[in-house]
Write a protein that binds this ligand. Sequence first.
Ligand SMILES: [Fe+2]
Length: 157
Amino acid sequence: MKPNIGISDKNLQSVAGLLSSALADEVLLYTKTRKFHWNVKGESFMEIHKLFESQYNQLEESIDEVAERISKLGSPVIGTMKEFLTLTAIKEAVGKYPQRIDMIKELLNDHETIIKTLRKNIDECDKKYGDVGTADFLTGLMEQHETIAWTLRRYLN
Ligand SMILES: [Fe+2]
């Protein structure tokens, strides 16, 4: 049964589209953070290894929350690598094993990309689609990315 929550079907579908792209970005960044967790080496290895682990665990929770929000709005949830790769704005580091400082820079850049996209989408959800619930949800998600970005930035001078 379709949700009857005071938002048109068309707008619900548009919001689900935004959320699907957000989901794809979260999955890509989750995967990249795991890859960097596995491959980090050198000075402060264990600290960075654990830092990345705590970050991918946070991203994993966000993935589930975004996915379930799509379902709450009445749309099917994408769940294949092919769809994630089509929808994401995050670039994979195929065949690359950067030094840990470059891993931190790359992850920071990806979090900042997501923050900028979310900021734009929050405004659209609220003003264009009249979905203040999703705007609020995405604001919380953006703040989580802002915290991770801040942590990563502190490793850079
Ligand atoms: Fe591990």
